[in-house]
Design a protein around this ligand. Structure first.
Ligand code: ADP
Ligand code: MG
Length: 211
């Protein structure tokens, strides 16, 4: 079955369920080295997407990504809001220029992650969501280029995301609020990396079941 935006309601429900289930744990992570609001910021955006899910499910992917970005821009506060809005708006623009299918998506996603890096003036190794998103973008491109079957590709992405989160534990934050703590940020997982992993895993699990 092709992966098209008619799956969006299922995907957003799976993401919401996972984030809600892990909300307290994420807040604990964010209270240790941030200001503790990350999960609330994200939940505001996810609730707004839940409200818009039927409309989004009627669109083609480029317009759907664009709409997701606009909804997030309008609803999520904090650093993470503008970064995710950038990701999806960029995905909308870039996916319009790619072939439909996994390889085209992988290319558009990699370009969208570049836009997030630029927007936040950050890169891997700075203890942020990019420590999950960048390796996942790479795994997606490598998997798509090698012609991996979808279940294998999704499981490799899930593993890559989990490793990315764990890698943030020993990093010293150099971007975002956690950077105010300098070396004291070490020993804690980054909340934004954790929610990125939770969302990616929820999407992968949902797609494995749906396709
Ligand atoms: P705020 O830091 O404004 O309170 P949130 O709490 O919603 O925003 O989000 C914090 C998360 O955003 C961090 O855990 C980190 O993963 C991510 N983050 C912060 N700054 C950046 C940046 N410059 N680039 C990428 N991700 C960032
Ligand atoms: Mg915060």
């Amino acid at each position: 079955m092709p992966i098209n935006p008619s799956l969006f309601p299922q995907l957003i429900e799976a993401i919401n369920q996972s984030i809600n289930q892990h909300a307290d744990a994420v807040t604990e992570l964010d209270q240790a080295i941030g200001d503790g609001d990350h999960v609330f910021n994200l939940q505001r955006g996810l609730n707004a997407l839940d409200q818009a899910k039927q409309e989004i499910s009627q669109l083609e992917w480029p317009a759907a990504w664009q709409k997701i970005g606009m909804v997030l821009m309008a609803s999520v506060g904090g650093a993470s809001g503008s970064l995710y809005a950038t990701l999806f708006i960029s995905l909308g623009k870039n996916s319009a220029q790619q072939q439909p299918g996994i390889s085209g998506f992988a290319k558009a996603f990699a370009l969208a992650i570049e836009a997030v890096k630029q927007r936040g003036k950050a890169d891997v190794g700075e203890k942020t969501m990019l420590d999950v998103l960048v390796p996942v973008a790479n795994a997606l491109e490598v998997g798509a280029d090698s012609g991996a079957a979808l279940p294998e590709l999704l499981s490799s992405i899930t593993q890559t995301a989990a490793a990315g989160v764990e890698a943030t534990r020993d990093m010293i934050a150099t971007k975002g609020r956690a950077s105010f703590l300098g070396e004291r940020s070490q020993g804690h997982i980054d909340a934004g990396a954790k929610t990125a992993q939770l969302m990616i895993t929820a999407i992968a699990d949902c797609l494995i079941k749906a396709t």
